[in-house]
Design a protein around this ligand. Structure first.
Ligand code: 9WO
Length: 227
């Protein structure tokens, strides 16, 4: 998979994508992530990328020119069009289903904005989808784009090592994870459930399934409605 990100802060991506699963997936060639700095397509001596809103009002708006130009720069680096996605609280709410959908694409182009928003013609002209990671406002779209990338990349074939692969079951079954314990058996008087110490794997399986269901029912009943 090829992922392009259009952003004013490409350096922000280095940390999250430089460790663990995303790092290994890039090293193995499972995903190629390319960052395009919108500032490189800014206008004039100061590489201006924003301007005051028509009609007045506070703040600045990301201008069309630099975003369209950075899009063209990224688009021509790979043959597949893929899906063009703007990170905005106005978008489709991200969930594991959308993560799986996006992970089946050959290519993604993510657009992370700053300032008070985008010129409306950017979404229209690029025919971009809008995706939200939740109902809150951030300082920019970068963290949201990183959430999408992390969730998508770990679903790509070969991205998870053997020791990680079981973890994917936790949400994909639509239930919350069952309670887990490791040594010691007694930590300051807090003990591990007896069934887990017994070695009866059928019984353990049954207990975990029941715990996952109960826990989902009490903490996240909304998840059960989607099953
Ligand atoms: C902010 C906003 C607030 C209410 C309704 C619609 C909105 N759109 C935006 C928006 O696109 N903001 C741009 C990106 C510019 C300001 C900072 N940005 C941003 C993206 N803040 N929060 C997000 C975001 C992205 C995805 N999921 C949650 C939040």
């Amino acid at each position: 998979m090829r992922i392009d990100v259009l952003t004013l802060f490409p350096e922000m991506f280095e940390g999250p994508l430089g460790y663990s699963i995303p790092k290994r997936a890039q090293d193995k060639g499972i995903v190629e992530i390319a960052l395009t700095n919108i500032r490189d397509f800014g206008v004039g001596n100061y590489n201006k990328v924003d301007d005051a809103p028509y009609g007045g009002g506070p703040g600045m708006v990301m201008a069309c020119g630099p975003v369209f130009d950075s899009y063209e720069h990224a688009a021509k680096q790979h043959p597949a069009k893929g899906r063009v996605i703007m990170m905005t609280p106005a978008g489709r709410k991200l969930d594991q289903k959308l993560m799986r959908e996006l992970s089946s694409e050959e290519r993604l182009i993510l657009i992370a904005g700053r300032y008070e928003g985008f010129d409306e013609r950017i979404q229209e002209g690029l025919d971009a989808e809008m995706v939200s990671i939740g109902d809150y406002v951030l300082s920019g779209g970068e963290l949201a784009a990183m959430v999408v990338i992390d969730g998508v990349v770990r679903l790509l074939d070969g991205a998870l090592g053997h020791e990680d692969s079981a973890l994917d079951e936790s949400f994909s079954g639509g239930l919350l994870e069952y309670p887990q314990y490791t040594r010691p058996e007694d930590y300051h008087g807090m003990t591990v459930p007896e069934v887990l110490l017994g070695g009866n794997h059928a019984l353990i399986e049954q207990w975990r399934r029941q715990q996952a269901l109960e826990r989902t029912r009490s903490l996240r009943p909304d998840l059960l409605e989607e099953l």
